[in-house]
Design a protein around this ligand. Sequence first.
Ligand SMILES: [Zn+2]
Length: 164
Amino acid sequence: MQHRSFPPRERSLFSNGDRIGSEGSKRRRKTNNIFKELAQYRRQLGLPPAGSEADRSTIAKLEVSDRSFFGINSSSNPYSREITLRVNPITKTHAEADAFQQAADAGVGGGKARLIVDRDLCAACGIRGGVNSMAWQLGIEELEIITPSGTKTITVKPPKTRRR
Ligand SMILES: [Zn+2]
C-alpha cells in the first residue's frame, strides 16, 4: 500500500479528543444506550457480542436526515449490497460503507449526521479518510462519530483521493 501524507488537520481528526468534564457522565450514559441498540441488532442477526472472543463482525449505524441505517461488514452480512460510493477497497467491505451506501440508495444526506460503530474505526475508514469521503459524497457537512473509544465530531472535507 502506498503511503501518502495527510495535512495535520486530518491527522488530528482521530486523535484522542474525547469529551470530558461536567457533561461527561451524562454523555457516557447516553453512549451506553446507543451501543445497546447495536448489541440488540447483533443478537437479531445471531452475531456474537461486540468485542467478545468470537466476534469477527462490526455493526455501524448512520443517522442522517431523520433516518437510521444499520450497516454490517460484508463478510457477516446476509444482505450484502453493492457499494457504489467511491471509497477505498478496505472500507468498501466494512460496516461503515454498508450504512452509508443504504443512505445513498435511499437518496438521503446533507446536514449533520451521526455514525455509531461498535468497533473503533480502522485506518482505512479513519485516518485514511474512508468515512470522511463517504460522508462527503452524501453531502454531509458535520459528522459525529461514536466508537467504543470515544466521540469525535469532524467537519467533512473534500476527499484527497488520487485516482488509480
Ligand atoms: Zn474500516
